[in-house]
Design a protein around this ligand. Structure first.
Ligand code: BGC
Length: 568
Protein backbone atom coordinates (compact mmCIF):
# COMPACT_ATOMS: atom_id res chain seq x y z
CA UNK A 1 0.00 0.00 0.00
CA UNK A 2 1.25 3.42 -0.93
CA UNK A 3 1.44 5.70 2.05
CA UNK A 4 -1.57 8.01 2.03
CA UNK A 5 -3.27 6.04 -0.70
CA UNK A 6 -6.79 5.17 0.32
CA UNK A 7 -8.42 2.21 -1.38
CA UNK A 8 -11.17 -0.21 -0.49
CA UNK A 9 -10.11 -3.76 -1.06
CA UNK A 10 -13.32 -5.63 -0.31
CA UNK A 11 -16.88 -4.79 0.51
CA UNK A 12 -16.47 -4.67 4.26
CA UNK A 13 -12.79 -4.27 4.67
CA UNK A 14 -11.35 -1.18 6.30
CA UNK A 15 -10.04 1.62 4.18
CA UNK A 16 -6.45 0.77 3.64
CA UNK A 17 -4.73 4.04 4.34
CA UNK A 18 -2.11 4.53 6.95
CA UNK A 19 -2.66 7.61 9.00
CA UNK A 20 0.13 10.06 9.30
CA UNK A 21 0.47 13.68 10.44
CA UNK A 22 -0.25 14.99 6.98
CA UNK A 23 -3.62 13.29 6.93
CA UNK A 24 -4.96 15.29 9.86
CA UNK A 25 -7.97 16.25 7.77
CA UNK A 26 -9.39 12.72 7.59
CA UNK A 27 -12.28 12.61 10.01
CA UNK A 28 -11.44 16.13 11.18
CA UNK A 29 -13.99 18.50 12.68
CA UNK A 30 -13.57 21.84 10.92
CA UNK A 31 -15.16 24.72 12.81
CA UNK A 32 -16.38 27.44 10.43
CA UNK A 33 -15.90 31.02 11.61
CA UNK A 34 -17.89 33.77 9.93
CA UNK A 35 -15.51 36.55 11.01
CA UNK A 36 -17.98 39.45 10.69
CA UNK A 37 -20.08 37.87 13.42
CA UNK A 38 -17.58 36.14 15.69
CA UNK A 39 -16.05 38.77 17.98
CA UNK A 40 -15.44 42.48 17.51
CA UNK A 41 -12.39 44.04 19.18
CA UNK A 42 -12.51 47.58 17.75
CA UNK A 43 -16.19 48.25 18.46
CA UNK A 44 -17.20 49.00 14.88
CA UNK A 45 -19.94 46.37 15.08
CA UNK A 46 -18.08 43.96 12.79
CA UNK A 47 -16.04 41.01 14.01
CA UNK A 48 -12.33 40.95 13.13
CA UNK A 49 -9.16 38.83 13.09
CA UNK A 50 -7.97 40.11 16.49
CA UNK A 51 -11.39 38.95 17.71
CA UNK A 52 -10.63 35.43 16.54
CA UNK A 53 -7.19 35.60 18.16
CA UNK A 54 -8.67 36.67 21.49
CA UNK A 55 -11.10 33.75 21.41
CA UNK A 56 -8.58 31.06 20.48
CA UNK A 57 -8.76 29.43 23.90
CA UNK A 58 -12.51 29.07 23.48
CA UNK A 59 -12.00 27.61 20.01
CA UNK A 60 -9.40 25.16 21.32
CA UNK A 61 -11.76 24.14 24.13
CA UNK A 62 -14.25 22.90 21.51
CA UNK A 63 -11.98 19.98 20.66
CA UNK A 64 -12.09 20.75 16.95
CA UNK A 65 -9.17 20.08 14.60
CA UNK A 66 -9.23 23.09 12.32
CA UNK A 67 -10.96 26.37 11.68
CA UNK A 68 -12.19 27.53 8.30
CA UNK A 69 -12.48 31.29 8.23
CA UNK A 70 -14.92 32.80 5.72
CA UNK A 71 -13.36 35.54 3.53
CA UNK A 72 -11.52 38.41 5.22
CA UNK A 73 -9.77 39.72 2.10
CA UNK A 74 -10.12 43.21 0.64
CA UNK A 75 -13.61 43.54 -0.68
CA UNK A 76 -16.36 46.07 -1.35
CA UNK A 77 -18.48 43.61 0.72
CA UNK A 78 -21.37 43.46 -1.73
CA UNK A 79 -21.54 39.74 -0.89
CA UNK A 80 -19.86 40.16 2.50
CA UNK A 81 -16.41 39.16 1.40
CA UNK A 82 -17.27 36.60 -1.30
CA UNK A 83 -16.51 39.42 -3.75
CA UNK A 84 -12.75 39.91 -3.48
CA UNK A 85 -10.92 42.93 -4.84
CA UNK A 86 -7.44 41.94 -3.57
CA UNK A 87 -6.66 38.30 -2.85
CA UNK A 88 -3.41 39.09 -1.08
CA UNK A 89 -4.50 41.58 1.52
CA UNK A 90 -6.81 41.76 4.51
CA UNK A 91 -9.76 44.11 4.42
CA UNK A 92 -9.15 46.88 6.99
CA UNK A 93 -12.46 46.09 8.73
CA UNK A 94 -10.96 42.69 9.63
CA UNK A 95 -7.39 43.78 10.45
CA UNK A 96 -3.99 43.45 8.84
CA UNK A 97 -1.66 40.84 7.43
CA UNK A 98 0.27 41.05 10.71
CA UNK A 99 -2.95 40.07 12.54
CA UNK A 100 -3.32 37.13 10.21
CA UNK A 101 0.25 35.97 10.80
CA UNK A 102 -0.29 36.21 14.54
CA UNK A 103 -3.49 34.19 14.21
CA UNK A 104 -1.70 31.41 12.32
CA UNK A 105 1.12 31.32 14.87
CA UNK A 106 -1.13 31.24 17.91
CA UNK A 107 -3.60 28.77 16.44
CA UNK A 108 -0.79 26.41 15.52
CA UNK A 109 0.63 26.66 19.02
CA UNK A 110 -2.75 25.39 20.25
CA UNK A 111 -2.80 22.57 17.72
CA UNK A 112 -5.49 24.19 15.55
CA UNK A 113 -5.10 24.09 11.77
CA UNK A 114 -6.08 27.12 9.71
CA UNK A 115 -8.16 26.84 6.56
CA UNK A 116 -9.14 29.93 4.61
CA UNK A 117 -11.76 30.56 1.96
CA UNK A 118 -10.63 31.00 -1.63
CA UNK A 119 -13.19 32.39 -4.03
CA UNK A 120 -11.75 31.37 -7.38
CA UNK A 121 -14.61 31.31 -9.85
CA UNK A 122 -15.29 35.04 -9.67
CA UNK A 123 -13.81 38.27 -8.34
CA UNK A 124 -15.30 41.59 -7.31
CA UNK A 125 -15.96 44.04 -10.12
CA UNK A 126 -13.56 46.28 -8.15
CA UNK A 127 -10.66 43.86 -8.66
CA UNK A 128 -7.96 45.45 -10.84
CA UNK A 129 -8.21 42.51 -13.24
CA UNK A 130 -11.84 43.36 -14.00
CA UNK A 131 -11.25 47.11 -14.02
CA UNK A 132 -8.64 46.50 -16.74
CA UNK A 133 -10.63 43.84 -18.55
CA UNK A 134 -13.73 45.96 -19.00
CA UNK A 135 -11.71 48.88 -20.43
CA UNK A 136 -11.65 47.62 -24.04
CA UNK A 137 -11.33 44.43 -26.09
CA UNK A 138 -7.58 44.58 -26.56
CA UNK A 139 -6.03 45.14 -23.12
CA UNK A 140 -3.84 42.53 -21.36
CA UNK A 141 -6.74 41.27 -19.31
CA UNK A 142 -9.34 41.49 -22.09
CA UNK A 143 -9.92 37.73 -22.08
CA UNK A 144 -9.69 37.20 -18.31
CA UNK A 145 -13.47 37.31 -17.81
CA UNK A 146 -16.34 35.79 -19.78
CA UNK A 147 -17.30 38.40 -22.36
CA UNK A 148 -19.72 37.96 -25.21
CA UNK A 149 -21.45 40.07 -27.83
CA UNK A 150 -25.18 40.58 -27.66
CA UNK A 151 -27.44 38.46 -29.82
CA UNK A 152 -28.83 40.06 -33.00
CA UNK A 153 -31.81 41.36 -31.01
CA UNK A 154 -29.60 42.89 -28.33
CA UNK A 155 -30.43 40.32 -25.67
CA UNK A 156 -27.92 38.34 -23.61
CA UNK A 157 -25.83 35.62 -25.34
CA UNK A 158 -27.81 32.76 -23.78
CA UNK A 159 -30.38 31.88 -21.11
CA UNK A 160 -28.00 31.41 -18.16
CA UNK A 161 -29.31 32.81 -14.89
CA UNK A 162 -27.72 34.29 -11.80
CA UNK A 163 -28.33 32.39 -8.56
CA UNK A 164 -29.05 35.71 -6.89
CA UNK A 165 -31.78 36.61 -9.38
CA UNK A 166 -32.18 37.69 -13.00
CA UNK A 167 -29.98 37.04 -16.00
CA UNK A 168 -26.45 35.73 -15.52
CA UNK A 169 -25.28 38.42 -17.96
CA UNK A 170 -24.83 42.16 -17.50
CA UNK A 171 -24.21 44.68 -20.26
CA UNK A 172 -21.01 46.66 -20.02
CA UNK A 173 -21.20 50.01 -21.85
CA UNK A 174 -17.43 50.37 -22.29
CA UNK A 175 -16.86 47.10 -24.09
CA UNK A 176 -20.31 47.04 -25.66
CA UNK A 177 -20.49 43.44 -24.55
CA UNK A 178 -22.10 41.30 -21.88
CA UNK A 179 -20.12 39.72 -19.03
CA UNK A 180 -21.06 36.58 -17.12
CA UNK A 181 -21.79 36.43 -13.40
CA UNK A 182 -23.24 33.35 -11.76
CA UNK A 183 -23.86 35.39 -8.59
CA UNK A 184 -24.21 39.19 -8.18
CA UNK A 185 -23.60 41.57 -11.08
CA UNK A 186 -20.64 42.78 -8.99
CA UNK A 187 -19.12 39.26 -9.04
CA UNK A 188 -17.93 38.78 -12.64
CA UNK A 189 -16.85 35.24 -13.54
CA UNK A 190 -13.23 34.64 -14.42
CA UNK A 191 -12.49 32.89 -17.71
CA UNK A 192 -10.73 29.66 -16.70
CA UNK A 193 -10.27 28.66 -20.33
CA UNK A 194 -7.46 31.22 -20.29
CA UNK A 195 -4.24 29.62 -18.90
CA UNK A 196 -3.03 32.98 -17.57
CA UNK A 197 -6.09 33.15 -15.34
CA UNK A 198 -5.48 29.66 -13.98
CA UNK A 199 -1.87 30.51 -13.20
CA UNK A 200 -2.76 33.82 -11.53
CA UNK A 201 -5.29 32.06 -9.31
CA UNK A 202 -2.77 29.36 -8.36
CA UNK A 203 -0.24 32.08 -7.52
CA UNK A 204 -2.75 33.65 -5.14
CA UNK A 205 -3.27 30.29 -3.45
CA UNK A 206 0.48 29.87 -3.08
CA UNK A 207 0.74 33.31 -1.46
CA UNK A 208 -1.29 31.95 1.48
CA UNK A 209 0.48 28.60 1.54
CA UNK A 210 3.71 30.51 2.03
CA UNK A 211 2.08 32.35 4.93
CA UNK A 212 1.52 29.01 6.63
CA UNK A 213 -2.14 28.14 6.08
CA UNK A 214 -3.07 24.46 6.30
CA UNK A 215 -5.78 24.43 3.72
CA UNK A 216 -8.51 26.02 1.71
CA UNK A 217 -12.25 25.89 1.45
CA UNK A 218 -12.78 26.45 -2.25
CA UNK A 219 -15.92 28.45 -2.87
CA UNK A 220 -18.29 27.30 -5.63
CA UNK A 221 -15.43 25.27 -7.06
CA UNK A 222 -17.47 23.59 -9.79
CA UNK A 223 -18.26 27.04 -11.23
CA UNK A 224 -14.76 27.77 -12.50
CA UNK A 225 -15.29 26.69 -16.08
CA UNK A 226 -18.28 27.49 -18.31
CA UNK A 227 -19.20 25.92 -21.63
CA UNK A 228 -16.97 27.63 -24.19
CA UNK A 229 -19.77 27.42 -26.79
CA UNK A 230 -22.14 29.23 -24.41
CA UNK A 231 -24.94 26.75 -25.09
CA UNK A 232 -28.37 27.37 -23.54
CA UNK A 233 -29.25 25.38 -20.43
CA UNK A 234 -32.26 23.13 -21.05
CA UNK A 235 -35.51 23.85 -19.20
CA UNK A 236 -36.34 21.67 -16.23
CA UNK A 237 -39.85 20.19 -15.96
CA UNK A 238 -41.99 21.83 -13.28
CA UNK A 239 -42.12 18.74 -11.08
CA UNK A 240 -38.33 18.60 -10.88
CA UNK A 241 -37.75 22.22 -9.91
CA UNK A 242 -36.83 21.32 -6.39
CA UNK A 243 -33.14 20.79 -6.88
CA UNK A 244 -30.98 21.01 -3.76
CA UNK A 245 -30.66 24.55 -2.55
CA UNK A 246 -33.28 26.06 -4.83
CA UNK A 247 -36.98 25.77 -5.27
CA UNK A 248 -39.63 27.40 -7.40
CA UNK A 249 -39.16 30.71 -5.58
CA UNK A 250 -36.02 31.19 -7.66
CA UNK A 251 -36.20 30.77 -11.45
CA UNK A 252 -32.64 29.40 -11.22
CA UNK A 253 -34.43 26.14 -10.40
CA UNK A 254 -36.17 26.16 -13.81
CA UNK A 255 -33.05 25.00 -15.66
CA UNK A 256 -30.68 22.07 -15.77
CA UNK A 257 -27.32 23.75 -15.15
CA UNK A 258 -25.45 21.64 -17.65
CA UNK A 259 -23.49 24.42 -19.29
CA UNK A 260 -22.82 27.25 -16.85
CA UNK A 261 -20.91 25.03 -14.39
CA UNK A 262 -19.35 21.60 -13.74
CA UNK A 263 -17.53 21.34 -17.07
CA UNK A 264 -15.12 18.44 -17.68
CA UNK A 265 -12.18 20.84 -17.96
CA UNK A 266 -12.60 21.66 -14.29
CA UNK A 267 -11.15 18.27 -13.35
CA UNK A 268 -7.80 19.26 -14.85
CA UNK A 269 -7.80 22.43 -12.78
CA UNK A 270 -8.53 20.40 -9.61
CA UNK A 271 -5.39 18.44 -10.49
CA UNK A 272 -3.38 21.66 -10.87
CA UNK A 273 -4.52 22.76 -7.41
CA UNK A 274 -3.53 19.38 -5.94
CA UNK A 275 -0.09 19.48 -7.57
CA UNK A 276 0.51 22.85 -5.95
CA UNK A 277 -0.72 21.69 -2.56
CA UNK A 278 1.49 18.61 -2.76
CA UNK A 279 4.46 20.97 -2.60
CA UNK A 280 3.23 22.04 0.86
CA UNK A 281 2.78 18.72 2.67
CA UNK A 282 -0.22 18.54 4.96
CA UNK A 283 -2.13 21.28 3.16
CA UNK A 284 -5.64 20.40 2.01
CA UNK A 285 -8.39 21.51 -0.32
CA UNK A 286 -12.07 21.22 0.52
CA UNK A 287 -14.38 22.05 -2.38
CA UNK A 288 -17.88 23.46 -2.09
CA UNK A 289 -19.95 21.70 -4.72
CA UNK A 290 -23.38 22.54 -6.01
CA UNK A 291 -24.19 20.86 -9.32
CA UNK A 292 -27.09 18.97 -10.89
CA UNK A 293 -25.78 15.83 -9.17
CA UNK A 294 -23.55 17.13 -6.40
CA UNK A 295 -22.81 13.73 -4.88
CA UNK A 296 -21.54 12.48 -8.23
CA UNK A 297 -19.43 15.63 -8.62
CA UNK A 298 -18.11 15.23 -5.07
CA UNK A 299 -17.06 11.69 -5.90
CA UNK A 300 -15.33 12.80 -9.11
CA UNK A 301 -13.60 15.79 -7.54
CA UNK A 302 -12.13 13.81 -4.62
CA UNK A 303 -11.29 10.61 -6.45
CA UNK A 304 -7.74 9.26 -6.33
CA UNK A 305 -4.95 11.26 -4.78
CA UNK A 306 -4.75 13.74 -7.60
CA UNK A 307 -7.71 16.08 -7.10
CA UNK A 308 -9.29 17.71 -4.05
CA UNK A 309 -8.87 16.08 -0.65
CA UNK A 310 -12.51 16.59 0.34
CA UNK A 311 -15.75 17.95 -1.00
CA UNK A 312 -19.02 19.05 0.53
CA UNK A 313 -22.39 19.51 -1.03
CA UNK A 314 -25.73 20.99 0.00
CA UNK A 315 -27.44 17.59 0.24
CA UNK A 316 -27.63 17.76 4.05
CA UNK A 317 -28.17 21.50 4.04
CA UNK A 318 -31.75 21.10 2.81
CA UNK A 319 -35.00 20.98 4.77
CA UNK A 320 -35.16 17.18 4.52
CA UNK A 321 -34.77 15.64 7.93
CA UNK A 322 -35.45 11.95 8.33
CA UNK A 323 -33.37 8.89 9.02
CA UNK A 324 -34.15 7.52 5.56
CA UNK A 325 -33.04 10.73 3.86
CA UNK A 326 -29.67 10.80 5.65
CA UNK A 327 -29.18 7.12 4.85
CA UNK A 328 -30.09 7.66 1.21
CA UNK A 329 -27.69 10.60 0.79
CA UNK A 330 -24.75 8.90 2.47
CA UNK A 331 -25.34 5.56 0.72
CA UNK A 332 -25.69 7.29 -2.60
CA UNK A 333 -22.31 8.98 -2.10
CA UNK A 334 -20.69 5.81 -0.77
CA UNK A 335 -21.80 3.90 -3.87
CA UNK A 336 -19.89 6.32 -6.08
CA UNK A 337 -17.12 7.79 -4.00
CA UNK A 338 -14.65 4.85 -4.09
CA UNK A 339 -11.55 6.33 -2.49
CA UNK A 340 -12.81 9.93 -2.27
CA UNK A 341 -13.53 11.61 1.02
CA UNK A 342 -16.64 13.61 1.94
CA UNK A 343 -16.98 16.40 4.42
CA UNK A 344 -20.50 16.58 5.84
CA UNK A 345 -22.19 19.74 6.86
CA UNK A 346 -25.65 20.44 8.26
CA UNK A 347 -25.20 24.16 8.78
CA UNK A 348 -23.25 27.05 7.34
CA UNK A 349 -23.48 30.75 6.58
CA UNK A 350 -25.76 30.17 3.57
CA UNK A 351 -28.67 28.22 5.06
CA UNK A 352 -31.17 28.45 7.89
CA UNK A 353 -29.69 27.23 11.20
CA UNK A 354 -30.12 23.50 11.49
CA UNK A 355 -32.17 23.24 14.68
CA UNK A 356 -34.77 25.55 13.14
CA UNK A 357 -34.56 24.05 9.65
CA UNK A 358 -34.95 20.50 10.85
CA UNK A 359 -38.02 20.90 12.97
CA UNK A 360 -37.38 23.59 15.55
CA UNK A 361 -37.65 21.09 18.43
CA UNK A 362 -37.26 23.02 21.64
CA UNK A 363 -34.77 20.61 23.10
CA UNK A 364 -31.07 20.77 23.84
CA UNK A 365 -30.88 17.06 23.17
CA UNK A 366 -31.94 17.68 19.58
CA UNK A 367 -28.92 19.94 18.95
CA UNK A 368 -26.60 17.51 20.73
CA UNK A 369 -27.86 14.53 18.76
CA UNK A 370 -27.57 16.36 15.42
CA UNK A 371 -23.90 17.14 15.95
CA UNK A 372 -23.16 13.61 17.17
CA UNK A 373 -24.97 12.20 14.16
CA UNK A 374 -23.19 14.30 11.54
CA UNK A 375 -19.81 13.64 13.07
CA UNK A 376 -20.42 9.90 13.24
CA UNK A 377 -20.84 9.53 9.47
CA UNK A 378 -17.88 8.51 7.35
CA UNK A 379 -15.99 11.68 6.45
CA UNK A 380 -14.91 14.96 7.93
CA UNK A 381 -17.30 17.58 9.28
CA UNK A 382 -17.78 21.30 8.82
CA UNK A 383 -19.45 22.71 11.89
CA UNK A 384 -20.68 26.29 11.73
CA UNK A 385 -20.16 28.77 14.58
CA UNK A 386 -23.19 28.74 16.85
CA UNK A 387 -23.90 25.05 16.17
CA UNK A 388 -21.99 24.32 19.41
CA UNK A 389 -24.52 26.49 21.25
CA UNK A 390 -27.58 25.03 19.50
CA UNK A 391 -28.50 28.48 18.15
CA UNK A 392 -31.80 28.87 16.33
CA UNK A 393 -32.38 30.93 13.18
CA UNK A 394 -32.80 34.63 13.97
CA UNK A 395 -35.80 36.44 12.56
CA UNK A 396 -34.54 39.60 10.87
CA UNK A 397 -36.85 42.51 10.13
CA UNK A 398 -36.83 43.71 6.52
CA UNK A 399 -35.19 47.04 7.55
CA UNK A 400 -32.25 45.12 9.03
CA UNK A 401 -31.70 42.73 6.12
CA UNK A 402 -28.20 43.04 4.64
CA UNK A 403 -28.01 40.06 2.30
CA UNK A 404 -28.64 41.15 -1.31
CA UNK A 405 -30.03 37.69 -2.05
CA UNK A 406 -32.66 38.22 0.67
CA UNK A 407 -33.46 41.75 -0.48
CA UNK A 408 -34.17 40.49 -4.02
CA UNK A 409 -36.31 37.54 -2.99
CA UNK A 410 -38.11 39.08 0.02
CA UNK A 411 -40.65 38.15 1.37
CA UNK A 412 -40.71 34.57 -0.05
CA UNK A 413 -37.07 34.12 0.91
CA UNK A 414 -35.47 36.30 3.57
CA UNK A 415 -31.90 35.60 2.60
CA UNK A 416 -29.06 34.34 4.74
CA UNK A 417 -28.84 36.91 7.53
CA UNK A 418 -30.79 34.79 10.02
CA UNK A 419 -27.84 32.41 10.39
CA UNK A 420 -25.21 35.18 10.33
CA UNK A 421 -26.13 37.15 13.45
CA UNK A 422 -23.40 37.82 16.06
CA UNK A 423 -22.12 35.06 18.31
CA UNK A 424 -23.52 35.48 21.85
CA UNK A 425 -20.68 35.48 24.39
CA UNK A 426 -22.18 36.96 27.54
CA UNK A 427 -25.84 36.82 28.51
CA UNK A 428 -25.87 40.08 30.49
CA UNK A 429 -23.71 42.27 28.25
CA UNK A 430 -24.72 44.72 25.56
CA UNK A 431 -25.05 42.87 22.22
CA UNK A 432 -24.39 39.66 24.16
CA UNK A 433 -20.74 40.66 24.49
CA UNK A 434 -20.09 40.59 20.73
CA UNK A 435 -19.40 44.33 20.41
CA UNK A 436 -20.04 47.59 22.21
CA UNK A 437 -20.78 49.19 18.85
CA UNK A 438 -24.02 48.66 16.90
CA UNK A 439 -23.60 45.21 15.33
CA UNK A 440 -23.93 44.91 11.57
CA UNK A 441 -26.83 42.52 12.24
CA UNK A 442 -28.81 42.57 15.49
CA UNK A 443 -28.15 39.89 18.09
CA UNK A 444 -31.26 37.71 18.30
CA UNK A 445 -32.98 38.31 21.65
CA UNK A 446 -33.43 34.57 22.20
CA UNK A 447 -29.68 34.01 21.79
CA UNK A 448 -28.76 35.85 25.01
CA UNK A 449 -29.98 32.91 27.07
CA UNK A 450 -27.78 30.60 24.97
CA UNK A 451 -24.63 32.69 25.45
CA UNK A 452 -21.28 31.02 25.97
CA UNK A 453 -20.93 32.17 29.61
CA UNK A 454 -24.20 30.48 30.60
CA UNK A 455 -23.46 27.28 28.70
CA UNK A 456 -19.93 27.13 30.10
CA UNK A 457 -21.37 26.77 33.58
CA UNK A 458 -24.04 24.18 32.81
CA UNK A 459 -22.67 20.63 32.65
CA UNK A 460 -25.58 19.47 30.48
CA UNK A 461 -25.39 22.39 28.00
CA UNK A 462 -25.17 21.88 24.25
CA UNK A 463 -21.74 23.53 24.40
CA UNK A 464 -20.31 21.13 26.96
CA UNK A 465 -21.84 18.19 25.15
CA UNK A 466 -20.19 19.36 21.91
CA UNK A 467 -16.84 19.59 23.69
CA UNK A 468 -17.18 16.21 25.41
CA UNK A 469 -18.24 14.55 22.21
CA UNK A 470 -15.35 15.93 20.17
CA UNK A 471 -12.77 14.91 22.78
CA UNK A 472 -14.30 11.45 23.06
CA UNK A 473 -14.55 11.05 19.28
CA UNK A 474 -10.83 11.71 18.88
CA UNK A 475 -10.21 8.45 20.71
CA UNK A 476 -12.51 6.46 18.40
CA UNK A 477 -10.59 5.60 15.22
CA UNK A 478 -13.64 3.80 13.83
CA UNK A 479 -15.58 7.08 13.93
CA UNK A 480 -12.79 9.12 12.42
CA UNK A 481 -11.52 6.81 9.75
CA UNK A 482 -13.76 3.77 9.47
CA UNK A 483 -15.99 2.72 6.62
CA UNK A 484 -19.75 2.82 7.07
CA UNK A 485 -22.58 0.34 6.55
CA UNK A 486 -26.19 1.19 7.31
CA UNK A 487 -28.65 -1.14 8.99
CA UNK A 488 -32.24 -1.18 7.74
CA UNK A 489 -34.30 0.36 10.50
CA UNK A 490 -37.71 2.05 10.33
CA UNK A 491 -38.18 5.78 11.01
CA UNK A 492 -37.26 7.50 13.27
CA UNK A 493 -34.18 5.34 13.87
CA UNK A 494 -30.88 5.76 12.07
CA UNK A 495 -28.39 2.96 12.66
CA UNK A 496 -25.08 2.05 11.11
CA UNK A 497 -21.78 0.37 11.81
CA UNK A 498 -18.38 2.06 11.47
CA UNK A 499 -15.49 -0.30 11.02
CA UNK A 500 -11.76 0.36 11.13
CA UNK A 501 -8.91 -2.10 11.40
CA UNK A 502 -11.09 -4.87 12.74
CA UNK A 503 -12.93 -2.72 15.25
CA UNK A 504 -16.66 -2.29 14.82
CA UNK A 505 -18.76 0.43 16.35
CA UNK A 506 -22.55 0.23 16.23
CA UNK A 507 -24.17 3.66 16.22
CA UNK A 508 -27.86 4.37 16.63
CA UNK A 509 -29.91 7.59 16.87
CA UNK A 510 -33.49 8.42 17.71
CA UNK A 511 -34.62 11.24 15.40
CA UNK A 512 -37.84 11.88 17.31
CA UNK A 513 -39.02 13.61 20.46
CA UNK A 514 -40.67 10.39 21.64
CA UNK A 515 -38.79 7.53 23.30
CA UNK A 516 -38.24 4.57 20.99
CA UNK A 517 -37.65 0.89 21.57
CA UNK A 518 -35.48 -1.03 19.12
CA UNK A 519 -35.05 -4.79 19.42
CA UNK A 520 -31.34 -5.61 19.55
CA UNK A 521 -32.04 -8.55 17.29
CA UNK A 522 -32.91 -6.08 14.51
CA UNK A 523 -29.43 -4.57 14.81
CA UNK A 524 -27.13 -7.40 15.75
CA UNK A 525 -26.26 -10.93 14.87
CA UNK A 526 -27.23 -13.44 17.53
CA UNK A 527 -24.91 -13.66 20.53
CA UNK A 528 -23.10 -10.46 19.67
CA UNK A 529 -21.06 -9.07 22.51
CA UNK A 530 -21.71 -5.45 23.27
CA UNK A 531 -19.48 -3.02 25.01
CA UNK A 532 -21.73 -0.02 25.47
CA UNK A 533 -19.83 3.27 25.32
CA UNK A 534 -20.90 6.24 27.36
CA UNK A 535 -17.83 8.47 27.43
CA UNK A 536 -19.49 10.76 24.88
CA UNK A 537 -21.90 11.89 27.65
CA UNK A 538 -24.84 12.28 25.25
CA UNK A 539 -28.41 11.41 26.08
CA UNK A 540 -27.94 7.68 25.99
CA UNK A 541 -29.91 4.55 25.51
CA UNK A 542 -30.30 1.72 27.99
CA UNK A 543 -30.75 -1.96 27.22
CA UNK A 544 -33.79 -3.58 28.79
CA UNK A 545 -34.92 -7.13 27.96
CA UNK A 546 -32.98 -7.39 24.73
CA UNK A 547 -34.16 -4.02 23.45
CA UNK A 548 -32.61 -0.59 23.21
CA UNK A 549 -34.62 2.06 24.97
CA UNK A 550 -33.72 5.29 23.23
CA UNK A 551 -34.88 8.48 24.94
CA UNK A 552 -36.02 11.43 22.80
CA UNK A 553 -33.12 12.33 20.50
CA UNK A 554 -31.09 9.63 22.23
CA UNK A 555 -27.83 8.19 20.93
CA UNK A 556 -26.28 4.76 21.32
CA UNK A 557 -22.67 3.78 20.71
CA UNK A 558 -21.26 0.34 21.36
CA UNK A 559 -18.24 -1.69 20.39
CA UNK A 560 -19.12 -5.04 18.94
CA UNK A 561 -17.43 -8.23 19.95
CA UNK A 562 -19.18 -9.96 17.09
CA UNK A 563 -20.49 -8.70 13.85
CA UNK A 564 -23.56 -6.52 13.60
CA UNK A 565 -26.38 -7.79 11.45
CA UNK A 566 -25.45 -5.71 8.45
CA UNK A 567 -22.03 -7.33 8.37
CA UNK A 568 -22.94 -10.93 9.11
C1 BGC B 1 -20.76 31.09 -0.66
C2 BGC B 1 -21.79 32.17 -0.58
C3 BGC B 1 -21.50 33.19 -1.68
C4 BGC B 1 -21.37 32.50 -3.04
C5 BGC B 1 -20.77 33.40 -4.06
C6 BGC B 1 -21.09 30.49 -2.01
O1 BGC B 1 -21.31 29.31 -2.22
O2 BGC B 1 -20.84 30.16 0.36
O3 BGC B 1 -21.86 32.78 0.67
O4 BGC B 1 -22.52 34.13 -1.71
O5 BGC B 1 -20.59 31.36 -2.99
O6 BGC B 1 -19.41 33.54 -3.79
Amino acid sequence: MVNGNCHQTSKYQCWGFQMNEQMWWRGAVIYQIYPRSFYDTNQDGIGDLPGIISKLDYIASLGIDAIWISPFFKSPMKDFGYDISDYRDIDPIFGTLADFDELVLKAHALGIKIMIDQVLSHTSDQHQWFIDSREDKTNDKADWYVWSDAKEDGTAPNNWLSIFGGSGWTWDPRRQQYYLHNFLTSQPDLNFHNPEVRQAVLDNIEFWLKRGVDGFRLDAINFCYHDAQLRDNPAKPKELRTSIGFDEKNPYAYQYHYYNNTQDENLGFMEDIRSLLNQYPGSVALGEISSEDSLKTMAEYTQGNTRLHMGYSFDLLTDNFSASYIKQVVESLEARVSDGWPCWSISNHDVERVVSRWGGFNSKDFAKMLFAMISSLRGSVCSYQGEELGLTEADIAFEDIQDPYGITFWPQFKGRDGCRTPHPWQHDAINAGFSDGKPWLPVASEHFAQAVDIQDEATDSVLNSYRNFNHWRKEQPALRYGDIKFIDTPEPILAFVRQYQGEQLLVCFNFSEQSQTVALSSLLAENANLNVLSGHKLTSATIVDGALQLPPFGCFYCKLGQQAKSLS
